[in-house]
Ligand binder design. Structure first.
Ligand code: FAD
Length: 260
């Protein structure tokens, strides 16, 4: 294998395909959005053989990895699932419509990648993450991002005739119904992306501090203290915390370990 995994998907055409062709936009390109693409591709030849179908993933983060699993994050951010339990391939244990295609879980993908049986990960910074991953490993999240990216690209590369997968980088800000009954996704850059159907697969969305968090933020502001609201640990700026300072972390879940 020579080509590295992780190539980018093409941008969608400006025009919708002529009917009876259709475009389905999936807003959110994390595991749920990508899993939906897998089911659409598996079912398209059964339900709409030969019909032109465009599938567009919309996300400001790279499609496949998305926000949680993006490959640019620190390797200290780890999964809390062992690698043997992590897969995007449905098997006979999954209740779903359409044919199932088996494939490697994260541990088997890492072993095959390390052995050169699958393409190397595109981002060279991640290549040292691959060989240590075994069935019981809690892999770096960024490596899971590389696995998801590989999954999506090999899926798109094997799309049935007439079906194509695109990516549109951007954050959706509104969804409108056009005069012709089709949908229009507005994105933060002001662009509009038309589609026949839109699926929202947004994961956990950010929330403004409320209740107890708002009280704590106000108390900190009044007393010259620092309060960081709940959020993705990998996204929060901790540079304002002085070295050696006493810190209270509320909650003892995965985010606690990220902060520690
Ligand atoms: C820090 C962290 C660690 C985790 N670790 C594990 C683990 O080890 N094992 C496990 O099983 N689960 C873990 N999870 C749970 C995780 O949420 C799921 O595994 C999985 O990522 C959920 O997939 P999803 O596609 O629903 O959401 P996400 O992975 O969050 O993907 C949603 C995507 O939607 C995009 N999006 C949101 N709003 C918009 C918008 N307006 N416009 C365009 N795109 C948008 C986001 O950018 C994101 O890429 C973890 C979650 C977090 C937050």
């Amino acid at each position: 294998m020579t080509a590295a995994s992780g190539s980018t998907l093409p941008q969608p055409p400006a025009r919708l395909p002529d009917r009876p062709g259709a475009r389905i936009a999936v807003v959110g390109a994390g595991p749920v959005g990508v899993g939906l693409v897998e089911r659409l591709l598996a079912n398209a030849p059964v339900l709409a053989p030969g019909r032109a179908l465009e599938i567009v993933l919309v996300d400001p983060f790279p499609p496949g990895a998305g926000r949680v699993w993006r490959t640019g994050q620190s390797p200290l951010m780890r999964m809390n699932s062992p690698a043997r339990d992590v897969t995007l391939f449905p098997d006979e244990s999954v209740e779903c419509a359409g044919p199932v295609r088996p494939g490697p879980a994260l541990d088997a993908w890492a072993a095959a990648t390390a052995a050169g049986e699958l393409p190397p990960v595109a981002d060279e910074r991640l290549r040292d993450d691959v060989p240590p991953v075994g069935p019981r490993s809690f892999a770096p999240r960024r490596l899971q991002g590389a696995y998801l990216t590989w999954f999506l690209h090999q899926l798109a590369g094997q799309a049935p005739p007439g079906v194509r997968v695109f990516a549109h980088a951007g954050r959706a800000t509104a969804l409108e119904r056009r005069a012709d009954g089709r949908q229009l996704i507005r994105t933060a850059d002001g662009a509009g992306l038309p589609a026949d159907a839109v699926v929202l697969a947004l994961g956990h969305v950010d929330a403004r501090p409320s209740g107890r968090d708002a009280e704590l933020a106000a108390f900190a502001a009044e007393n010259g203290l620092l309060h960081l609201p709940p959020g993705y640990a990998a996204d929060l700026d901790l540079s304002a915390v002085p070295a050696g300072a006493d810190v209270v972390v509320r909650g003892l879940g995965l985010a606690f370990f990220d902060f520690m």
